[in-house]
Ligand binder design. Structure first.
Ligand code: HEM
Length: 438
């Protein structure tokens, strides 16, 4: 009976934060179309790659009627509208690359975009919650969540790599779901002083982080680094801390002064923020400030979930107080897997950003015999060479965040042994250490 009550509380709590039992932070069954009144938006949003490559997107947006937003009634309609409008905004700003950006987003786009964003409590820019969490459908509705059975609703330039990038990230989110659900069991277990319950639930979190890493590996199979770096990345970039848009962007008809927003990044995923808060990882300084700011780019109820976890009694203190061998081992394993995930993610960033950025620089300097496949890299925006689309200085940031995760090992306080050693340096990391981006 006791366990049943605890379980019920857990389920209720997830619902309270609009977190789905099956999909976690992913929007369950996103709508694929809006009411017919919004056809002018959807016609454009469904043809972004073509309109951008023919340099006609800006003209189409200028000709678009200024539509009212009150006919958007349900939450899922609003999320699809945000996805469509944010894709249009990114395409509008970056259609001509980093050199011919715009200073103003025209009012027939900016006014409805800001209204929809205000109603959702989201910023008026493309975010992880758009491109990944609300941008999918199953080809066969009864089939599995697999790369073969998933499609994007809307896309950007970059062909199959865009599909791969957003859908692999979706699978990483999905892999986290059992762990996400177990967070509340961990919290309840600490509350009820139930060591067995905490240990079991924490083990699920640990396994979920491991599954996330396995899902992340699919990136290599589905996303081409030159396409990611040279073509896709600019369309995810924002107008904050971005040297190509130093003044930000005026949202015509909404604010006279330019506004600054960071671009889309999985740093806006609520998953790792939740695990960090659960385990007690503290992010300080610039990286901490950046990560805290990223929470303003999440659906407000997901941000509240993270804040709720952080307000609970410390799990790490509980583990230290109990001094239970199995619990301590499970906690250490969980931290080790989080460090491991972050190391693997650093490898990915090295392959998809650091190495292409270095090549691009060399190609520009040498101005010689370009291999065709590198052409995209050569044309890639220079302003973002050292920065993530969210605007962070990449490697220092990611390594700081990884090292702050290591700081919470219990073995640091008790001289015990770590469960997993740090991953040895891979060939990609070794190659990257020899590269320098000034
Ligand atoms: C090709 C694939 C990927 C690339 C190139 C990439 C790149 C980056 C970059 C540059 C940052 C720094 C923040 C910024 O300015 O945007 C970052 C942060 C982050 N990314 Fe990724 N990312 C990729 C895939 C993913 C996936 C699939 C996830 C899983 C949800 C993820 C989760 C994170 C998280 C949580 C952060 C914040 C730092 C941390 O907590 O460790 N990334 N990523």
């Amino acid at each position: 009976m006791g366990t049943e009550v605890k379980h019920t509380e857990t389920l209720l709590s997830l619902r309270k934060f609009h977190i789905s039992e099956d999909c976690g932070f992913i929007l369950p069954e996103p709508l694929t179309d809006l009411p017919v009144y919004y056809k002018p938006w959807m016609d454009i949003a469904r043809n972004m790659p073509e309109l951008i490559s023919s340099h006609s997107l800006r003209l189409r947006i200028h000709d678009m009627p200024l539509l009212e937003t009150h006919l958007l009634q349900s939450y899922r309609e609003l999320r699809l509208a945000h996805l469509a409008l944010s894709m249009m905004a990114m395409g509008y700003v970056w259609q001509e690359g980093e050199r011919e950006t715009v200073k103003v987003l025209p009012q027939n786009l900016s006014v409805p975009f800001c209204e929809v964003s205000r109603r959702l409590g989201l910023p008026p820019i493309l975010i992880h919650a758009d491109t990944v969490l609300a941008n999918w459908k199953k080809t066969d509705p009864d089939g599995p969540f697999s790369m073969e059975n998933l499609e994007l609703l809307l896309t950007l330039p970059g062909g199959e790599s865009v599909r791969g990038f957003f859908l692999v990230t979706l699978l990483v989110e999905l892999a986290a779901v059992p762990g996400l659900k177990s967070i509340l069991d961990v919290i309840n277990g600490v509350y009820y002083n139930d060591v067995a319950m905490v240990t079991t639930a924490l083990d699920v979190v640990s396994q979920a982080i491991d599954s996330m890493k396995h899902a992340l590996k699919l990136m290599h199979e589905y996303v081409d680094p030159s396409i990611f770096y040279g073509i896709m990345r600019i369309f995810l970039s924002g107008w904050k801390d971005n040297p190509s848009m130093p003044e930000g962007l005026v949202y015509e008809g909404v604010h006279e002064k330019p506004m600054e927003f960071s671009g889309g990044s999985a740093a806006q995923s609520s998953i790792l923020h939740s695990f960090d808060e659960l385990l007690g990882v503290q992010h300080e300084g610039h990286s901490g400030a950046f990560l805290r700011r990223m929470r303003d780019y999440m659906p407000p109820s997901h941000k509240r979930f993270i804040e709720d976890i952080s307000g609970r009694p410390s799990l790490r203190d509980f583990v230290l107080q109990q001094a239970d061998e199995r619990l301590t081992h499970t906690f250490e394993q969980c931290v080790a897997r989080l460090v491991d995930f972050r190391n693997y993610h650093i490898n990915i960033v090295t392959r998809y950003i650091t190495i292409p950025a270095s090549r691009a620089k060399k190609l520009r300097e040498n101005k010689q015999g370009l291999v065709e496949e590198l052409d995209a890299i050569r044309k890639a925006p220079t302003a973002l060479e050292e920065r993530g689309t969210g605007g962070s200085g990449i490697m220092v940031f990611l390594k700081t965040v990884r090292d702050e995760t290591k700081d919470i090992y219990i073995s640091q306080s008790t001289n015990g042994n770590r469960v997993l050693p740090d991953a040895p340096m891979t060939a990609i990391q070794k190659a990257a250490t020899e590269l320098k981006i000034e």
